[in-house]
Design a protein around this ligand. Structure first.
Ligand SMILES: Cc1cc2nc3c(=O)[nH]c(=O)nc-3n(C[C@H](O)[C@H](O)[C@H](O)COP(=O)(O)OP(=O)(O)OC[C@H]3O[C@@H](n4cnc5c(N)ncnc54)[C@H](O)[C@@H]3O)c2cc1C
Length: 386
């Protein structure tokens, strides 16, 4: 079997893997990026925050990305027939197809010199010189390895531990072809705790629900709930519905504290590392940023994995662990109702929520931001009550 020898092998060419490959190839490393799925649509809302777009501006001409610029988020309480529209501000969020967005990132990685191996990795083993990634028809041998292969990561399963079911959420819904809205629409849900969303992409809506995987609802229960919600809000009347389901890492605070994202000569990035906001489920920004950090680590010498683990903690998981502590409170029915009241009454609360949707505000500052808006005082007590 033919063997390709490189400095760094990356399994998975989503945002994390393609970003890592771009950074490594631009720095002159020999890098192989292994993924047999492209071009592909990933089950995803496709909400790309302004901070995520800013991160890739050196690699991708974001003006070439077919996308919808989102100016407002509509928070709804469908049962009570209430809603409030929250302006998001310029450059907060665009919504795009993941075939388009991920395709541009992969093109940038290839343009920088990455060798793309269009195949699925079927095994990953250690060797005296590093690692061997086996695709069944070809081997890639590398001194260092990055696992960017999503929530069911083969690299994670071989070198660390798979995620516990309690640390995953199920996200399921429909691409509604031919339907359109101007704003994103969001409703917090209590049972199972999570939320429903509708994100307008060019040509279709991505509509869905996410809930913790161990909360007792099956993907099919959740999808029929999404269909009911779409009917109630008349979001996609007459549209062609294409169903999807996919897991999202959604870790508890304890799981974030115990999280392993690297070991000697190997690094996990993006969903494979568990780096998703457990409340909003924003993952694209963290995938891109951890891809960059993993590339820097793979280029450096010594205990690079120890530094990577520390950087991911300091920049990403310390704050996501705070989000995980707030999560239960966010999805209580009383909180959802009070939040709509507070959003209706207070420009301060609207500004805080706009920042959360756009990923512009750290959870470590959320308590103080909300405390400054007295209308949400009761909601805040509910959120933080044990
Ligand atoms: C329904 C849903 C809605 C979401 N909405 C949003 C949103 O609006 N905004 C947001 O920021 N985040 C959202 N997320 C989260 C976001 O999709 C992920 O966090 C993000 O895609 C992570 O990027 P990644 O590169 O780590 O992994 P992925 O994008 O999952 O890419 C992993 C890649 O690895 C490949 N792969 C897997 N196994 C192998 C293998 N054995 N060999 C080779 N290749 C392999 C896959 O084919 C895939 O291309 C959503 C998630 C879901 C499920």
């Amino acid at each position: 079997m033919d063997t390709l020898n490189v400095d760094v092998a990356i399994v998975g060419a989503g945002p994390a893997g393609s970003r890592a490959a771009f950074c490594l190839a631009r720095a002159g490393a020999r890098v192989a990026l292994i993924d047999g799925s492209h071009p592909r649509e990933k089950p995803c809302g496709g909400g790309v925050t302004g901070r995520a777009l800013a991160l890739v501006a050196d690699a991708v001409d974001t003006a070439r990305l077919p996308s919808r610029r989102i100016h407002a988020a509509r928070f709804v309480d469908a049962a009570a027939g209430r809603s409030i529209t929250v302006p998001l501000g310029a450059d907060a969020l665009v919504v795009a197809s993941r075939a388009e967005f991920d395709g541009l990132l992969l093109d940038a990685a290839r343009g920088a010199g990455t060798q793309f191996v269009a195949a699925r990795a079927v095994d990953v083993t250690r060797s005296p010189d590093g690692f061997v990634v086996d695709t069944g028809s070809r081997r890639v041998a590398a001194r260092r390895l990055i696992g960017a292969d999503g929530p069911n990561s083969l690299v994670r399963r071989r070198l660390a531990r798979p995620f516990a079911r309690a640390d995953l959420s199920i996200a399921t819904g429909y691409f509604a072809h031919g339907a359109a809205t101007d704003d994103i629409v969001v409703e917090l849900a209590a049972d199972p705790p999570g939320y429903l969303w509708s994100f307008p992409r060019p040509g279709h809506l991505a509509v869905g629900i996410c809930g913790q995987a161990d909360a007792g609802a099956t993907a099919s229960d959740l999808r029929s709930r999404t269909a009911h919600w779409m009917d109630r809000l008349a979001l996609a009347d007459g549209a062609r519905l294409e169903p999807y389901s996919w897991p999202i890492p959604s870790l508890s605070a304890a799981a974030f504290r115990a999280l392993t994202v690297a070991g000697p000569e190997w690094f996990l990035a993006g969903d494979a590392a568990g780096l998703v906001d457990p409340i909003t489920r924003e993952g694209i920004y963290f995938a891109l940023r951890s891809g960059e950090l993993a590339a820097q680590a793979a280029l450096s010498s010594g205990d690079a994995h120890v530094r990577y683990q520390e950087q991911v903690h300091d920049e990403i998981t310390a704050d996501l662990a705070i989000a995980a502590r707030y999560k239960a409170g966010f999805f209580r029915p009383r909180f959802a109702r009070l939040l709509i009241d507070a959003l209706t009454d207070s420009a301060g609360v609207r500004a805080v929520m706009a920042d959360l949707v756009a990923g512009r505000r750290a959870y470590s500052s959320l308590k103080w931001s909300l405390a400054g808006t007295f209308e949400v005082g009761l909601a805040w007590r509910l959120l933080t009550a044990s």
